[in-house]
Design a protein around this ligand. Structure first.
Ligand code: ADP
Length: 178
């Protein structure tokens, strides 16, 4: 397949729990017990039932993802993606790519039309931001070229400096940002 990707990607700066999408991806830990950062925000907004549902699916190894309903969040689903705790680029880059790919695969399996991703592993897991941005974008673009679901992917950056990295790279590869 060679699907278009240029008009299926959005970039926003803000809180992922506020996005208008069918599924939100959270950067989870392997135990799926909730955490700080984006996972804390997602669990707070979804309410206490989310941790019960996610814990029941643990453990989730780095590079993999699990799905639950979104409880009090306005989305249909939460996809719990586990990125690598950064040690070195050679071994951790494929794991980060796999966390994105696993999330996209789950979205396709559940026929989810739109998904928002945070910058997985770039917070307390300390993956270098520029390299993480490249991996996130290229993994998503490759997926969109090969698959018609999800129809739309939103990169949701919490920090405007992250959004600038994404904007520059997305424009370089021909993505039309609104
Ligand atoms: P990890 O443990 O995978 O590094 P973190 O949650 O610590 O995950 O950080 C991942 C990214 O999530 C960071 O770029 C951080 O700025 C971002 N982040 C934190 N809170 C939110 C939020 N409410 N919405 C979107 N992104 C967020």
């Amino acid at each position: 397949m060679n699907q278009s990707f240029e008009n299926r990607i959005d970039l926003v700066v803000g809180d992922i729990t506020q996005q208008n999408v069918h599924a939100v991806v959270t950067a989870a830990n392997s135990q799926l017990i909730g955490g700080g950062g984006v996972d804390g925000a997602v669990h707070r907004a979804a309410g206490p039932e989310l941790v019960q549902a996610s814990k029941a699916l643990a453990p989730c190894p780095p590079g993999d993802a699990k799905i639950t309903t979104a409880f009090e969040l306005p989305m249909d689903y939460v996809i719990h993606a586990v990125g690598p705790i950064f040690k070195d680029l050679d071994s951790d880059s494929p794991t980060l790519a796999s966390a994105y790919r696993s999330s996209l695969q789950i979205a396709r399996e559940h026929r989810i039309a739109s998904v928002a991703f945070p910058c997985i592993s770039t917070g307390v897991y300390h993956f270098p931001k520029q390299e993480a941005c490249e991996i996130a974008i290229m993994t998503v673009v490759h997926w969109l070229k090969e698959n018609d679901l999800p129809e739309r992917v939103v990169f949701c950056c919490f920090e405007s400096s992250d959004a600038e990295l994404y904007r520059k790279r997305l424009e370089e590869i021909g993505v039309r940002l609104s």
